[in-house]
Design a protein around this ligand. Structure first.
Ligand code: ADP
Length: 266
């Protein structure tokens, strides 16, 4: 019933329900954190898209130019051949970019299952090195290297990447060596040593970032996607290992990673 106009009594209000401030605080904090994480992910995504756009634009511009020039009726045969080679090379760059991007995506989304097993590292090194023939790569493995534990195919991909880089960034064909030894109990360290271009100090902190390429005059004609090392990092971390490198610009580099030794069967 509504109070009448001359009813001066103070209405009795229902008791106020006090919010649980602790819960509200916690939920607000959580929402803020989630929002922050999402913003960072969106920013990272936008940066990656920008880098990818650049990686796609460069070969496409060259392709466009070469195809356009090929249409010139007055072109000599050797010039025609030159432009065809540019086209082949750029198609190859785009194919490599696509392959690396797909490998990254498959690893990140767990599409490539990791199947760890015990295996002999020396046998794997010999197989991988044979794949680089006729390039001769030496290897030096510690005496009585124990069996290692990891996904054999994924480990081979890291080695292939390190060796391809060592060869690619040693333009005068300097020697390359694979070495492996037990570094601390339960871990084997595997390294690829080269005496090529090395990495300028200012670039070293960024080397494992996606699409990062060193922009120095000594390698301006060497093609790449800037994805190889970030792929290697994911692959090594999938095995529980660590990746790193030491490098002196102009003198060479040693890229390495660690792998757990296989449990000893009793
Ligand atoms: P890409 O070789 O396709 O550019 P990577 O991710 O494999 O991409 O390497 C990133 C950068 O690190 C390269 O652009 C190169 O300048 C530098 N780098 C990698 N390996 C070596 C090496 N063995 N010697 C000198 N520089 C290297």
């Amino acid at each position: 019933m509504f109070p009448s106009a001359n009813d001066r009594s103070i209405p009795v209000l229902p008791p106020a329900v006090e919010p649980e401030w602790d819960t509200v605080d916690r939920e607000l904090g959580q929402a803020f954190q989630e929002n922050q994480t999402l913003r960072e992910q969106i920013l990272q995504h936008a940066q990656l898209m920008q880098l990818l756009t650049h990686q796609l634009a460069t070969p496409l511009t060259a392709l466009n130019g070469a195809v356009h020039l090929l249409g010139e009726p007055s072109l000599a045969i050797d010039q025609r051949q030159e432009f065809l080679e540019v086209i082949q090379q750029k198609i190859c760059s785009l194919t490599t970019l696509l392959r690396d991007l797909m490998a990254l995506r498959n690893l990140e989304t767990g599409k490539i299952a990791t199947q760890p097993m015990s295996f002999c590292f020396e046998t794997l090194v010999k197989e991988v090195i044979a794949g680089f023939s006729p390039y001769s790569v030496r290897y030096q493995l510690g005496a009585e290297l124990p069996q290692v534990w990891g996904d054999r195919w994924q480990v081979s991909q890291v080695l292939v990447n390190f060796l391809s880089n060592a060869i690619k960034y040693s333009p005068n064909g300097e020697a390359i060596e694979v070495n492996a030894a037990v570094k601390q109990s339960g871990w084997v360290e595997i390294g690829v040593q080269d005496y090529g271009l090395g990495v300028p100090e200012a670039d070293q902190p960024h080397l494992f970032n996606r699409f990062y390429r060193v922009k120095h005059g000594d390698r301006q004609n060497i093609e790449g996607t800037g994805l190889g090392l970030s792929l290697c990092k994911l692959l090594v971390e999938n095995q529980g290992g660590q990746i790193g490198f030491e490098s002196v610009h102009g003198a060479g580099s040693r890229f390495y990673f660690t792998l757990p030794t296989a449990p000893v069967s009793t």
